[in-house]
Design a protein around this ligand. Structure first.
Ligand code: FPP
Length: 246
């Protein structure tokens, strides 16, 4: 693999994807490979979250959405779920200073009200304390599912029709996007998935309609700056036609 400096020369900084979304997969397999428990894999995963957030912020990416916990992840053993929630809380508590120093604004998408209250409290505190920042938007998908995003959006839109705020004929793609959790954010232009799986796994189903997908066999705890640069270089080399074949 080329070194970071060489890769950096190939990146056109004027054409960076505004929104990068990442399915962070492979923490468990990374741990198993090393004879460690799964929680150690998640702990190593958090280290890479910090590294990738710092790098996206330095590069000038506008939005980074990380799939940290899906609506399906509750089915995992209770100890693993509790460990992930605890890692999340520690991350939020410890990183707040650095997020503010780099002007990173924290946001979150998902059915947040169903999150365990200690994690939710820390999340709300961190969002409030970074809300005025104008740098990278670090958007954490927590208790997130693409289908529940759409269903919840439909419910909010239906309620607004019922209370007379919207009319049926107002509904179009642009209006509906405003009812999704990602309202106000640009759609992801680059979707990265680690650990080789060729699946979308219920992530941002509406929003990734035109995203370029980049899959790497590398497990998330081994994913670093050079891999992100490779993904961006590949994204920039692709011709993006949005279905237009003229
Ligand atoms: C996927 O690996 C990873 C997760 C489901 C959890 C990701 C969570 C973190 C990195 C920690 C908390 C997040 C933040 C933002 C601080 P896997 O367990 O599915 O791996 P496997 O497929 O190899 O078993």
């Amino acid at each position: 693999m080329e070194c970071e400096k060489e890769l950096m020369k190939k990146v056109d900084v004027s054409r960076l994807p505004a929104h990068v979304a990442i399915i962070m997969d492979g923490n468990g397999r990374w741990a198993k490979q090393k004879g460690l428990c799964r929680v150690e894999g998640h702990r190593a995963g958090v280290r890479q979250v910090k590294e990738v957030v710092r790098f996206c912020s330095d590069l000038g990416i506008q939005v980074l959405t990380l799939y940290a916990f899906s609506t399906e992840n509750w089915k995992r053993p209770k100890v693993e779920v509790m460990a992930i929630m605890s890692l999340l809380r520690t991350f939020l508590r410890k990183e707040i200073e650095e997020l503010n120093a780099n002007r990173v604004k924290l946001t979150a998408i998902g059915r947040l009200s169903e999150m365990p209250s200690p994690a939710l409290r820390e999340l709300e505190k961190c969002m409030a304390m970074t809300s005025q920042n104008d740098g990278l938007i670090l958007n954490l998908a927590l208790n997130y599912g693409g289908r529940s995003d759409i269903v919840d959006g439909i419910k909010r839109l239906a309620a607004d029709i019922q209370n007379g705020k919207r009319a049926l004929q107002d509904i179009n793609e642009e209006l509906f996007s405003r009812y999704l959790y990602t309202s106000g954010l640009p759609d992801p232009e680059l979707l990265i998935r680690t650990s080789g799986e060729m699946r979308v796994s219920n992530f941002l189903l509406w929003q990734i309609s035109y995203a370029e997908i980049w899959v790497t066999p590398v497990y998330w705890p081994d994913f670093g700056r050079t891999h992100l640069l490779e993904a961006i270089i590949d994204y920039q080399a692709r011709e993006r036609r949005f279905g237009d074949h003229k």
